[in-house]
Design a protein around this ligand. Structure first.
Ligand code: YH5
Length: 286
C-alpha cells in the first residue's frame, strides 16, 4: 500500500498515514530513568513522554521488558508494575496514541482496558494466550496490532542468524501472520507489519530488508520500521549508541521513502524534521 490510501485504527482514534508518522520510544526498564540505583523516576518518564508529544510523536511506545541479549528476564507482575502506571498517567495527560511493547497476554488485556491504542509484540503474538488476548483487544476495542518478525529469541537471536532469502522469508512470515488475524476477523486497517531490524539478522540481512522494503510496503498493511540507534547503524558509521543520530535519520528517511508509515525512534524532534523534508520532496509541485 502506498501513503495515499492508508489509515490505522488505534482504538478510539484513527491515525492518518498519508504522511509517515513517528512513534516515540519510552523504555520503563530499571536502566532507564533511574537515579543510578534501583529507583525508577516516574516524573522523568512522564516528562520524556510529554517532550516527545510536543515534538510531534503520534504514538508513544511503552516497553517494560528489555530485549537486549543477556538482559535479566522480567516477571509478568514486574512488567505490569512498570508499564501500567506510566500508561495510565500518559493516557490521562496527553491526547496521543499509546502503544505497549509486550509479549505478555495479561499486560495486553490490562493495557487495553487503560486505553492503549496499539499492541506491539516482537514475538508476533505467538506466545500461548497472546494471540487470543490480541484478538480480543482488536475486536472488542479496535486496537491496532503490530506484528514483528524475529528469528530466535532475544537471548540467542544474534548467534547465527540464517536465511535462504531474508526478504522473502520475512515477508512470507508477516503476511501469513497478518492473514491469520484477518481470517479471525481483524480488518487490515488495524494491522501493522514490521520486519524487525536487528532481531535475528546480521548486517547484510538488515540492509537487504531496508533496501527491499517496498516488497512489504506494497502489500495491504501499514508497515513500521524500528531502526533508531541500532547496531546496523553503528556498524556502518562506526559509532557508539549515543552518536548514531545522523545515521538513524538517514535510515528513517530511506525507509519512509520506500513507503514505511511509522518510524519507531528515540529522537522524535530530529526525525520529524527529516521526514518533513522527505514529505516536501514527495509532494506534487504546486
Ligand atoms: C522494533 O524494531 N525494537 S526494542 C538495540 C539498539 C537500539 C535500539 C544496539 N522493540 C523494535 O529499540 N518493536 C524494539 O542498539 C521493537 N520494532 C518493534 N515493533 C530494541 C531497540 C534497540 C535495540
Amino acid at each position: 500500500m502506498n501513503h495515499d490510501s492508508k489509515s490505522l485504527r488505534c482504538g478510539k482514534r484513527v491515525l492518518g498515514l498519508s504522511r509517515p508518522q513517528v512513534m516515540g520510544i519510552l523504555n520503563v526498564t530499571p536502566d532507564s530513568f533511574s537515579d543510578g540505583g534501583h529507583h525508577f523516576r516516574w516524573q522523568d518518564a512522564l516528562d520524556h513522554a510529554d517532550a516527545m508529544v510536543q515534538q510531534g510523536a503520534a504514538i508513544i511506545d511503552i516497553g517494560g521488558e528489555s530485549t537486549r541479549p543477556g538482559a535479566a528476564t522480567v516477571s509478568s507482575q514486574q512488567e505490569l508494575d512498570r508499564v501500567l502506571p506510566v500508561l495510565e498517567a500518559i493516557t490521562a495527560r496527553f491526547d496521543t496514541v499509546c502503544s505497549v511493547d509486550t509479549s505478555n497476554p495479561v499486560l495486553m488485556c490490562e493495557a487495553v482496558r487503560l486505553g492503549a491504542g496499539m499492541l506491539n509484540d516482537i514475538r508476533a503474538f505467538q506466545r500461548p494466550d497472546a494471540e487470543a488476548a490480541a484478538l480480543d483487544a482488536a475486536q472488542r476495542h479496535g486496537v491496532a496490532l503490530c506484528i514483528m518478525h524475529m528469528q530466535g529469541e532475544p537471548a540467542n537471536m544474534q548467534t547465527a542468524p540464517h536465511y535462504q532469502n531474508v526478504v522473502q522469508e520475512v515477508r512470507a512470515f508477516l503476511i501469513s501472520r497478518a492473514s491469520r488475524f484477518e481470517q479471525l476477523g481483524v480488518p487490515a486497517t488495524q494491522l501493522v507489519l514490521d520486519p524487525g531490524f536487528g532481531f535475528g539478522k546480521d548486517l547484510a540481512h538488515n540492509y537487504a530488508l531496508l533496501r527491499e522494503l517496498v516488497q512489504l510496503t506494497q502489500q495491504r498493511f501499514a508497515v513500521l520500521a524500528g531502526l533508531s540507534r541500532k547496531s546496523m547503524i553503528g556498524a556502518v558509521v562506526n559509532r557508539p549508541i549515543d552518536q548514531r543520530l545522523s545515521g538513524s535519520l538517514a535510515a528513517a528517511v530511506l525507509a519512509a521513502e520506500r513507503g514505511v508509515s511509522i518510524l519507531r525512534v528515540h529522537d522524535v524532534a530530529a526525525t520529524v524534521d527529516a521526514l518533513k523534508v522527505l514529505d516536501y520532496v514527495l509532494r506534487p509541485a504546486q
